[in-house]
Design a protein around this ligand. Sequence first.
Ligand SMILES: [Zn+2]
Length: 176
Amino acid sequence: MLFPIPVNQVINQKFVSYSLVKYRDWEFEVEILLTQQAYSNIPFGGADRCSCADCKNYVANRETIFPEELTQLFNELGIDYRKEIEIWAIQRLENGLHQISGWFHFKGKIISGKDFRMPFADGNGYSFDLTSITENFKIGFAPGNDLTFFESKEGLIQIEFITNIQWVIDKKDETF
Ligand SMILES: [Zn+2]
């Protein structure tokens, strides 16, 4: 029986599998097996490990937060959207929605497309330039490894997102 030949290479005795992933104006190179492995090695996302009300509310919303084109992208990158690194609450908006920021990592490179970090003119720090996907969801990509659970911290891309979500858990715990 013949098996299809996979696009894989053995580099330094390690099995490496690269894929090219296109999304909107971006093109990524991803080491999908390594990324999938890193996500399957951890049991929960950052929000599951935190007892604060904002994390609990995020977890209660999580199945409906990501637009379909992003759950599809995450699949292609090997990311489990239920296993964010961390989330944090920015503010409550005038319309009552809670604005939450969070991030993920994958092993790979940005081949083309914008980097969300916009350096300040004086060189001290940067601002975030995220791309709106829906009214309540923005995303961006840049090299980064903040608090990563990946074993090797080299060559990671950080995916930052901001989402506006409803407070769906006990009203008495509502923040802001
Ligand atoms: Zn928390």
